[in-house]
Design a protein around this ligand. Structure first.
Ligand code: C2E
Ligand code: CA
Ligand code: CA
Length: 754
């Protein structure tokens, strides 16, 4: 029950607008009011001009011709129009400068002199003009007649509110000058006074119009208490001015519902009371009463509904603005907002560009943290780290770029200390897990440069130290610039290179360890470019993986290999099986299984002639899709080879989860082979382990005879390395077979040795 009461009470509070809004909504509503004030004051300005011209024609000029003083007649017949005109003008100028400044990026840089001085000038004109009240009182008529009394009080109030409007606008200008920003309170009060002027005008003119219609035909003034005959031939009783003004103030501006309710009720009631005046002298006909009340109720409802609508708009707009500006997860700026902010800073805020850095920060090994601690803990960590970044780089914007990547903009001076703070944070908050920072930096060159390119360069610089232990910071230099450009070149020319046949497989021999006869080869991609010459995979494979285009290259290699095997077979030569490198991304970016199998079919290649190599690092995360693809290939009759075994972190797990035909032992076990006896023990153990779980072995990177002999002794079945041959084009390989450098083994298909 109490709950239901509370819900009801909350609903009533919302309906009446008793709730205090956050500063965004308050500002949103106020801005909407300021915008409406521009229309309102402009229309009023135009109407007053029209009224003045009308009065000139109707009264001032004819009366001047009759010998009266022009200035005197002008004042007598148009003074209040002028007052309203100046009030509207002051409001108009004030509102425009209020809005214009908002889009000019408020805050720090302060405001133009114009934005304070021009509204001030109009405010002063209004203030000065409001002193004409002392001249106006000379025209006041008999205070004992209600009709004149209302008119006189109306005039006094008009001048009074105008004076106050002038004062608040002037006050706002002074505030803006001192504080350098717009002030919400001043603008609200200004709008209130302007509304008061409108309402007073509505009252006064509405009242006098109504009664002049009413009294038309009878002699004015009518003394209080005079009984006026109803039902006579009186003209139209117009309260239009009153109704227009309440409509204006009620519907164009947004007030809290309870304020609208109070204001409108008081206004309508007072006006009705004024018209009715003496009960004995009732001028308000019954039919009018019904219409009048209907109008009052409708207006009140419309006003409240506009308010509710605006509030929901404000909330939506606030949400949109938040999404446009902030990263949802870390709640610091998002990347696009960072770009916008830095663009402004480059153009306006800083002098010597060379003293600044774009910063790119990568948390290395964050994936492990996520894997070990769980996704939500990972999110919490990112959030804390983001907050730290925004604290450390507090003078300029910083943002989350994506994943565990962050960007900042900062002074060159003091960068070391800032990075130290972040490193310290990573160390203490990593829960004992090994993570570290890789920070790249690049200096701005031009004020109008493309921020994305600069950030990309900082990212590139960070990437160059990815595998350099202990190195945290790298600044983009000329050397990096060359390789960066090469990287861009690779990305932009991949399609062209594939089309023109610049990319093709080289073949590296694989031999049986027992007799060193050729038992197969590995296809390794080469890019022979007209501009850059010979490119090795290290110069394009990681780049293409980064930008997720690797599948295009791999598809091209698959097809070339199939074509080569077909060609060899068609020429009646002995083809050897070829192992082909698959990237983990191939399975994400295309239907790799279908693409591969359709090529095999197209070139009619026996399945035993191609092996699928998948690198160990591709298999670390638990990826069911990848696993399914591999199982499918396996089931379809292709041998699956595990590449680079021992180079990653989770080698043994991989053996548990997947079934491989051959394990390619990474060449790093052979480095310092002679000096490190432990390598031999490990190699021996790997070969034995593989044997036990039913997988064959191949060791890569065999460069010396000692290595080959040792591997052969421990029972590693296949060998590959420079000792037997580097990767070479197909023709060269065929030539080497012909001239006896390689002897093709008789045991190629269906025979396996460990
Ligand atoms: P990988 O698959 O481990 O290939 C073996 C790499 O070791 C090759 O480098 C090869 O030239 C090199 N190598 C072979 N024997 C020796 C040796 O005795 N000593 C030394 N120091 N190195 C040796 P390469 O051709 O530069 O390829 C590098 C990597 O690029 C490959 O490593 C593979 O991961 C990737 N890659 C090459 N071609 C392709 C491809 O067509 N598709 C995909 N996705 N990746 C490819
Ligand atoms: Ca390989
Ligand atoms: Ca390898």
């Amino acid at each position: 029950m109490t709950n239901a009461l509370k819900v009801a009470w909350d609903a009533i509070r919302d309906f009446l607008g008793f709730r205090r809004h956050n500063s965004y909504t308050r500002k949103y509503l106020n801005d909407a009011n300021i915008r409406s004030s521009i229309y309102m004051s402009f229309i009023i300005f135009a109407i007053e001009i029209w009224m003045i011209i009308r009065s000139l024609n109707k009264y001032v000029i004819p009366l001047t011709k009759e010998g009266n003083s022009f200035m005197e007649m002008l004042f007598k017949h148009t003074s209040q129009y002028w007052l309203f005109l100046f009030a509207a003008l002051a409001m108009l100028v004030f509102s425009i400068y209020y809005m214009v400044e908002k889009t000019n990026r408020a805050g720090k840089r302060g405001y133009t002199v114009r934005s304070k001085v021009i509204p001030l000038i109009f405010a002063i004109i209004l203030i000065i003009y409001s002193f004409f009240i002392f001249k106006e009182t000379k025209y006041f008529k008999d205070w004992s007649v209600t009709y004149y009394k209302v008119s006189n009080v109306g005039v006094i109030l008009l001048y009074f509110f105008s004076f106050l409007e002038g004062i608040t606008i002037a006050g706002h200008c002074v505030y803006k000058h001192l504080k350098g920003e717009n002030n919400l309170i001043f603008s609200i009060v200004t709008i209130v006074f302007f509304s008061a002027i409108c309402l007073t005008f509505g009252f006064k003119v509405g009242y006098t119009d109504y009664f002049s219609g009413f009294y038309r035909g009878t002699a004015l003034p009518v003394k209080a208490g005079t009984v006026v005959e109803l039902g006579g031939s009186y003209e139209i009783k117009a309260a239009y001015c009153f109704l227009t003004m309440v409509l204006y103030v009620g519907c164009l501006l947004i007030w809290k519902p309870y304020i609208s309710l109070i204001t409108l009720s008081a206004t309508f009631w007072t006006f009705a009371a004024m018209l009715n005046g003496d009960p004995a002298n009732r001028v308000f006909a019954d039919g009018d009463v019904v219409n009048y009340i209907t109008f009052y109720i409708s207006l009140t409802i419309i006003t409240i509904s506009i308010y509710q609508q605006r509030i929901s708009e404000a909330k939506k707009s606030e949400n949109l603005e938040r999404i446009a500006k902030y990263d949802i997860i870390t709640e610091i700026y998002n990347y696009s907002h960072y770009v916008r902010e830095v663009e402004k800073i480059l153009k306006e805020d800083i002098e010597n560009l060379n003293e600044y850095y774009y910063i790119f920060i990568n948390i290395q090994n964050f994936k492990t943290y996520n894997d070990q601690m769980g996704f939500s803990e990972g999110t919490i960590f990112l959030k804390k780290f983001a907050t730290k970044i925004s604290e450390v780089f507090n003078e300029f914007p910083s943002a989350r770029e994506s994943g565990d990547h962050f960007v900042a903009f900062t002074k060159v001076e003091g960068i070391e200390e800032k990075i130290k703070v972040l490193e310290e944070f990573i160390r203490t908050d990593a829960n004992g897990l090994y993570m570290n920072l890789k920070v790249g930096a690049v200096r701005p060159i031009e004020r109008s440069e493309d921020i994305n390119t600069s950030v990309d360069r900082a990212r590139y610089a960070a990437g160059t130290i990815t595998n350099k232990y202990g190195k945290v910071f790298a600044e983009y230099d000329d050397k990096m610039h060359d390789s960066y450009k090469k990287k861009q070149y690779v990305i932009n020319h991949l399609d062209e290179a594939i089309e023109n046949g610049y990319i093709r497989p080289y073949y590296q021999p694989v031999v049986w360890s027992k007799d060193k006869k050729l038992c197969g080869c590995e296809a390794l991609a080469r890019w022979i470019d007209p501009k850059y010459g010979f490119l090795s995979p290290g110069e394009f494979i990681p780049t293409l993986e980064d930008v997720r285009l690797i599948h295009k290259l791999d598809k091209c290699i698959f097809e070339s290999v199939c074509r080569d095997i077909r060609k060899v077979m068609d020429e009646g030569k002995t083809a050897v099986p070829v192992s082909i490198n698959f990237s983990r991304l191939d399975f994400e970016l295309m239907d790799a299984v279908a693409e591969f199998e359709s090529l095999i079919e197209k070139y009619n290649i026996p399945k035993e002639y191609v092996h699928v190599e998948i690198t160990e690092s591709a298999l670390t995360a638990n990826q069911s899709h990848l696993q399914e693809c591999i199982e499918k290939l396996h089931a379809d009759g292709f041998a699956i080879w595990l590449d680079d075994f021992g180079s990653g972190y989770s080698s043994l797990n991989v053996l548990k989860d997947f079934k491989f035909d051959v394990i390619k032992i990474d060449m790093k076990f052979l480095s310092n082979f002679e000096q490190k006896p432990v390598s031999k023990i490990i190699l021996d153990a790997i070969v034995k382990l593989s044997e036990k779980i039913g997988m064959l072995t191949l060791t890569e990177g065999v460069e010396t005879k000692e290595q080959a002999d040792f591997l052969s002794d421990i029972g590693c079945g296949r060998l590959q390395g420079y000792l037997f041959g580097k990767p070479i084009p197909l023709d060269a390989l065929i030539e080497d077979i012909k001239n006896g450098k390689y002897t093709v083994s008789d045991e190629l298909i269906g025979v396996n040795h460990n």
